[in-house]
Design a protein around this ligand. Sequence first.
Ligand SMILES: Nc1ncnc2c1ncn2[C@@H]1O[C@H](COP(=O)(O)OP(=O)(O)OP(=O)(O)O)[C@@H](O)[C@H]1O
Length: 250
Amino acid sequence: MIRVRGLRTQFGPQVVHDQLDLDVWRGEVLGIVGGSGTGKSVLLRTIVGLNRPAAGSIHVLGADVLHGSRQDRADTERRWGVAFQDGALFSSLTVLQNVMAPMREHLNLSHGLMKALGELKISLVGLPPFSCGKLPSELSGGMRKRAALARALALDPEIVFLDEPTAGLDPISAAAYDDLIGELKRALGLTVFMVTHDLDSLYAICDRIAVLAEQKLLVEGPIEEMAKVDHPWVQAYFTGPRARAAQDKT
Ligand SMILES: Nc1ncnc2c1ncn2[C@@H]1O[C@H](COP(=O)(O)OP(=O)(O)OP(=O)(O)O)[C@@H](O)[C@H]1O
């Protein structure tokens, strides 16, 4: 679904990624982990075209997203959805209007049909019907994250990109969000690219983990393999007390 080769990203003299390779397979939930500032969010933003890399190639759903034509890019963009950490919802639009926004941009449907589809997505992510008419500022943090997910699902994407989807949620809401992602994956066959620090999410729903360190994808594999990796950060992360607690829950 996604193939990244030889990626180099930098901001001025600061090199964030160098010679980074990554593959994401159809139908998997891939968890991207790494220390703070290792470039997880930059990787997500680069794949979805919000940051231009200095070198390398990125293919999503078979399309060359860096060098393809504008039309190819627009066609591919319709097939993915992104939910940013803070939701990045339009603050002056209601939740329903936010979810309808990508439909207005990409689909030629009647208002009534888009409204019905928007309401469907909002109920799919577990938000109550009354949230449709609320502004993002009138929602709780957890509800905003679900609203952002509803908007990411607006065009029935094949891939969803999630940036720290459970950050800032209480443990019960975070677990409920994990369940939701797992269910959407099963029901819709979604491929999920998820940047996270949440060990519970990694153990609960990720099929595979990719660790960013030293400007590249240091190691990838199922979570059970991570504790065997001989690298100080990976060891500290996957064998520490929090990892053990998360593992015990599964
Ligand atoms: N637009 C930008 N301009 C300049 N530097 C940037 C920009 N975006 C990110 N960076 C830098 O790139 C590096 C990686 O940032 P990124 O947000 O990807 O880290 P991260 O791994 O997601 O961290 P965290 O886990 O703390 O969220 C950081 O040093 C950051 O300062």
